[in-house]
Each structure stands twice: as structure tokens, then as C-alpha cells.
Design a protein around this ligand. Sequence first.
Ligand code: SF4
Length: 311
Amino acid sequence: MKYVYGPVPSRRLGKSLGIDPIPSKTCNYQCVYCQLGKTTDFTNIRKNYFPKKEIIIEMKKAIKLNENKFDYITFVGSGEPTLYKDLKDLILRAKDLSKKPVCVITNGSLLYQKEVQNALMCSDVVLPSLDAGDEKLFIKINRPHPSINFEKLIQGFIDFKKRFEGRFWIEVMLLKGINDTKEELLKIKEKLDLIKPDRIDINVPIRPPVEKWVKIPDKNIVSDLNVIFDNYTNINFPEEGAFNIYSYDFEKEVLSILERHPMRQEQIIESFSSSSFGKDKIILNLKKLKSEKKIKEIFYNKQIFWKLNID
Ligand code: SF4
């Protein structure tokens, strides 16, 4: 499938059927911790990057094929999903096709736009990110498109949260020595107090980040977190479970997942193993794709990861 992937295991959403309406890697941010690689199309233009009709046809097929195998339909993937102009139509169609809740994982940058607010209002769960408490750090971490302004971003979060009746969970990605000091955490908390999310999810870069100097904070940060964010959810752990595979075409299937989601080697083995396709054969196939420069192998956080070779 071109626009749909999974169901995949998700730390926050159980099993999630991913809908990806944005080409790899199109975004209005260039986050230093991005797991997908460098932003190759750095844009803030909202348009239908792929034909809406084609996405809906695939969505329909995947929902039918996977009925009862997923907990959420999630708009997420190879870039920022709110850059898709007719996102509202896609969300409404997903809700027509399934009774499962619809979620949008977004960087939140366009929440100040009424059109984006109206689109996301049709979903059940919105998971935006906020990694900085001021403009200076926002620019350092997220490296946003010049047309995005921090105060407008925060106001967008506040306005949307007031209108939205679904669940609004903000994810904060903590980076060692950058936004994990008491001072920066307090500034982030101050903004979160204005936004009033339903939940604060604390994350760390558990998958290989685009910038090699990005590091996971030390464990002793927990005491500061407990004091500053008295009520938060720790999502700093790897997701468990196999990824759904649609065909026996290893290359097609593995590239389709890695485009949206770097995987630990053990996850690939778990997802692709069958009686005729064992661990050795899987590793051999991964090495072949590596020699063809389609994917790359990264040793990070004491584990082997595979990701698409787009940098
Ligand atoms: S982490 Fe998300 S918002 Fe940041 S650059 Fe990557 S895709 Fe864009």
C-alpha cells in the first residue's frame, strides 16, 4: 500500500492503522531529533500532496482487511499531516468507514489556522508536540519554517484546546543538555499551564535522531520531572509487538514501514519471520537493501536500528 501502513504497535494508541498523506519527508519543521531523517521538502504550503481519491480507496481497502485488528486510525507518517489541505475530508471519510477513533499526530504548528482547527475538530484524539518554552529554544530544537512564530503557535494550542471536545495529549521530547534543565522545564510547564492539555507525555529520543549530537537525558532527570510536571505520562519505552505485513514482498513491505517508522532489528525479525523466512534470511535481505543504498543500519542506544536512506 502507498498511503496506509500497519496496523503497527504504538506506545500510546495500542494497535494503530497509519494513514500517511504526505510525501517523505515533507515538513515545516526540521527537528534535531527527527527519526525520519532530514526534511527534504521544507515547506509550509498546505496542498493535496497526493490525490484524495487514491488515499480514500486505500483507506477503505485497509480498514476492511484489518477490521478488529486495530484500536485507532492514525494520521501520521512521512511528514507533517496537517500540510494536507483536505485533511478534514480524509478524517471524515475515515470516521464513515470505521467506528474506531481517529487520531492525528501533529507538530501542532498550524493549529492557529481556523481551517486546520476545523479539520482536527473532526478527530477524536490530537497528539501535538511542544519541546520548548520560548522562541529561542523552539528555533534551536524544531528549526521551524520562517513563517512559523512561537507566540502564534502557543496561542493556536490554547485556542484549539478550548474548542476541542476530544482528547488532547501533548508530547514533550526531552534532549540532554538542551531542554532538560530545570530552567527550561519550568518554561515549558508555564506554557503547558496556559494550554491545559488533557495529558502530558514525556518522551526521549529512543530511536536514532537525525542529528548525532542529540542525546537521551540522564535518568536522574526524573526527580525534576516529578516536581515540575506533577502529573505526566512517561512514554519513554520501546513499543512492543509485530508490525502488520500485507504481502510476501520483503523489500516493498520493509521499505513501506521504514519510510514512516525506523525499526529495531528485532522488531523486523518478529514482524517478518515465518516458517520459510527465518532470522538469517531476513538479515541477509536487510544487508542487500543496505548495499543497494536503500536503507541504512544504525547502532543507537545499544540496539541495531534500520531506517530509510534519505539523508
Ligand atoms: S519530528 Fe515531526 S515535526 Fe519534527 S521534523 Fe520530523 S516529521 Fe517534522
